[in-house]
Design a protein around this ligand. Structure first.
Ligand code: 5GP
Ligand code: ZN
Length: 134
């Protein structure tokens, strides 16, 4: 993808603070961090979102997220850890190259990743089960 900033960063054409790199991924520090240590897992191959991401890379990305979560939690002494992945503008995606957010959490950090719980109606439950259940 010619004009994709994360393609350029992932493939080393634009420098970024790199925490980890292998043949498939680069993990970089986010330039607008939600908390100290906020990092992004970028696949080197372009996929706009999770729908386009090949299964093999999806599996590897999750294993890498686990590895980074352990390493970062130990190194940064954070109190918790969020792994966030946005798909589509409505879901908060602003860069349309798949990425996973690694967000170390610290007691009282005020990072807002929560929502107000609704109620699962009988109607919604039945409709969703009918439409989605495999
Ligand atoms: P999204 O909202 O798409 O899930 O997340 C995009 C993230 O990329 C944001 O957290 C934003 O701060 C980060 N970001 C955007 N442009 C750059 C950049 O050029 N370099 C780095 N390191 N992070 C970026
Ligand atoms: Zn890209």
């Amino acid at each position: 993808m010619e004009n994709c900033i994360f393609c350029k960063i992932a493939n080393g054409e634009i420098p970024a603070a790199t925490l980890y790199e292998d043949g498939d991924f680069r993990v970089i520090l986010d330039l607008g961090p939600a908390s100290k240590g906020h990092a992004l897992i970028l696949p080197k191959a372009h996929a706009a979102n999770i729908y386009e991401l090949p299964d093999e890379l999806a599996g590897k990305a999750m294993i890498l997220a686990k590895k980074m979560a352990g390493k970062m939690t130990e190194a940064l002494q954070c109190d918790g850890f969020n792994i966030v992945q946005n798909n589509g503008e409505t879901a908060g995606q602003t860069v349309f190259h798949f990425h996973m957010h690694l967000i170390p959490r610290y007691k009282g950090d005020g990072v807002g990743l929560t929502w107000t719980p609704g109620t699962l109606s009988d109607e919604d439950r039945e409709e969703i089960l009918e439409k989605v259940k495999a």
